[in-house]
Structure formats: structure tokens, C-alpha cells
Design a protein around this ligand. Structure first.
Ligand code: ZN
Ligand code: ZN
Length: 64
């Protein structure tokens, strides 16, 4: 996945505990970026993709 904070790309399946070692909330549902430590929420990522799809639909409508 790609970190939303710094844009660093990493494989979240290869990070132990989803990188959640120093955030204080051990076992939180977020995937921490190994580069900046930002907690990327997987739910938010799905939402983001959904919004992107919506945006594309709107764009297509506008051009047709
Ligand atoms: Zn955490
Ligand atoms: Zn990052």
C-alpha cells in the first residue's frame, strides 16, 4: 500500500503487527508506515477508492 502521509510504498503484509509497535495502542486497526509512522486506516482506504470511483463517474458525465 501507499502511505497517505508521505507517499512511501510498502508491503503491509510483511510488517510485523502492521507496524504497530510504537503508537501506544498495540493492535490498533491501522497500518503504520515504516517510513514516517503514520497510521493508515484500511477502512479509510476503501472509502477513498469509493470516492475516487464516484469522482470518475462524475467526470465521465461531465464530458459526455
Ligand atoms: Zn498502532
Ligand atoms: Zn509514511
Amino acid at each position: 500500500m501507499k502511505c497517505r502521509m508521505c507517499g512511501f510504498e510498502f508491503d503491509e503484509t510483511k510488517i510485523e503487527n502492521r507496524g504497530c509497535v510504537s503508537c501506544g495502542k498495540h493492535g490498533c486497526n491501522s497500518i503504520h508506515c515504516p517510513n514516517c509512522g503514520f497510521a493508515n486506516s484500511p477502512e479509510l482506504d476503501q472509502e477513498f477508492k469509493f470516492i475516487e470511483k464516484l469522482k470518475n463517474k462524475i467526470r465521465k458525465k461531465a464530458t459526455n
